[in-house]
Structures are given as structure tokens and as C-alpha cells.
Design a protein around this ligand. Structure first.
Ligand code: TMP
Length: 236
């Protein structure tokens, strides 16, 4: 597989073309941003951890019937994935109140939600990824009703699988963000990443934060937290 020119550079990853038009290579960076890019920094080793962890979890999800864009891990920071048209939504799944939900509804962080909450944000940095609902999504043509039904089903299934998995390493999955894409042959697949950048992980016993909130909130021990969750999940 030949790595060709760069197609796109995002805040945490770069995407490269390959000699197969249906495949691209993602390369994970150590760059970290928060608050829509207002806060910038570097988390040493993050790219390697996020690449390996995403691939580890996507393989687990695939085994359990969740289609993903994952094809093959090429190196510490590079992964071959299916080329997709990204549905321009951030799909947020919440089990416990935290972050923007706590702020919006005045709920103490750590309040268990009596049901899983799904939220959608329109992916647009200039607009600050505004929250939208299914009426906006249908009216703007970002995804059709059948696609949204499938996205919601997959998001719930992914949540069940991830919660169970993380419980086994004494971690509570508080909330996380997913992105979905559509392949050239029309298949809806899980895309992007599943990592401490895109999930809130709290130690089940101490409630210590093991995710990017340590960077967002200047809590210190950022690299250590990424390493800890990585070791608990994948060993070494
Ligand atoms: P929030 O509480 O800030 O809305 O975040 C909810 C979840 O989504 C949290 O696990 C972090 C993740 N997230 C992203 O992956 N990217 C983003 O740009 C934001 C705002 C949140």
C-alpha cells in the first residue's frame, strides 16, 4: 500500500491518499486542542496511544457486529481505513452527567442518567459544532431518516459493548463522541477514533479522570492518564 499526498489535516489527525481509491491512511498527531481550538498544546505520545487504542476497540466492536472503517494498523501512528463520506455529525452518548450537559442543565458532574442520552452536534468549527436535533438534520439533508435510525441503534450497541469492556478494567465510561461515515458502496460504518480525546473515562473506585479533561481543565498528569488507560486496556 503506497502512501500518497495529504488529503486533509485536522486538529489531531492527518489523512493521506493511497494508491487504492477506496482506502486512506490516517496519521495520529500529538497535538491537542480544546474549546474549538482556542486552547492548544501537545500531549507527548498521545498519537501512538490513540491510534493503538482506537484500533483495539474497533477490532473488538467489529467482532461484535459493529461495522467500522478499520482495515489495518500500519505503524505506531498510522492506520489504513476505508475512505468514507463523513456524516457531518458528532454523535454524543452519555451515561453520566458531565461536561457541557452538566453546564447546560445544572446537573452535578457524576449524576447518573436514568437513561442513556444521545445528542447530535453539527460538525462545523466556524459555528463551534452547534447542537442540533433530528429535525434540523433532516431539514438540512445531513443524513436521511433511515441513516439516523441506524446511527442511533449502532451508538446504543457501541455504548453497551464499551461500557462492559471498560467495567472490566475498573473504568466507568461517562460519555463519548462518535462519527460515522458512508463507504463508496453505501455502507454506514463507525469512523474517526475512540480514545481519551473523545471519551470521558473515570476510575470506578476513585473517580479519577483518565482522559482529555486533564488537559482541558489543566489538572496535570495528562500523559500519565493516557498511559494508564492504555495499559489497563491493552497491557504493557
Ligand atoms: P461535552 O460534555 O464537552 O459536550 O463532551 C461530550 C463528550 O464528547 C466527551 O466525552 C468529549 C467528547 N468531545 C469530543 O470528542 N470532541 C469535541 O469537540 C467535544 C466538545 C467533545
Amino acid at each position: 500500500m503506497k502512501k500518497l499526498g495529504q488529503l486533509y489535516e485536522g486538529k489531531a489527525k492527518k489523512v493521506f491518499a493511497t494508491d487504492d481509491p477506496t482506502l486512506v491512511i490516517v496519521e495520529y498527531k500529538d497535538d491537542a486542542t480544546a474549546f474549538n481550538g482556542l486552547k492548544k498544546g501537545t500531549i507527548a505520545g498521545k498519537g501512538v496511544i490513540n491510534n493503538r487504542m482506537t484500533n483495539y476497540l474497533m477490532r473488538m466492536l467489529e467482532k461484535n457486529g459493529v461495522p467500522t472503517h478499520f482495515v489495518e494498523e500500519l505503524s505506531d501512528r498510522e492506520t489504513l481505513v476505508k475512505r468514507v463520506h463523513i456524516v457531518p455529525l458528532e454523535v454524543i452518548v452519555r451515561n453520566v452527567a458531565a461536561g457541557s450537559l452538566s453546564k447546560r442543565l445544572g446537573l452535578a458532574e457524576g449524576t447518573r442518567l436514568s437513561r442513556v442520552v444521545l445528542e447530535y452536534c453539527y460538525k462545523d468549527d466556524e459555528l463551534g459544532d452547534p447542537m442540533v436535533n433530528e429535525y434540523h438534520i433532516a431539514a438540512m439533508g445531513w443524513a436521511d431518516d433511515a441513516t439516523m435510525k441506524r446511527i442511533a441503534e449502532l451508538a446504543m450497541k457501541i455504548n453497551d459493548l464499551l461500557c462492559r469492556y471498560f467495567k472490566g478494567i475498573n473504568v466507568d465510561l461517562i460519555d463519548f463522541k462518535l462519527e460515522f461515515g458512508i463507504t463508496a458502496d453505501g455502507q454506514l460504518v463507525l469512523a474517526d477514533e475512540i480514545s481519551p480525546d473523545t471519551c470521558r473515562f473515570w476510575d470506578s473506585t476513585t473517580h479519577e479522570k483518565l482522559d482529555k479533561d486533564r488537559f482541558r481543565r489543566d489538572l496535570g498528569g495528562v500523559e500519565e492518564a493516557y498511559q494508564e488507560i492504555s495499559t489497563r486496556l491493552m497491557g504493557e
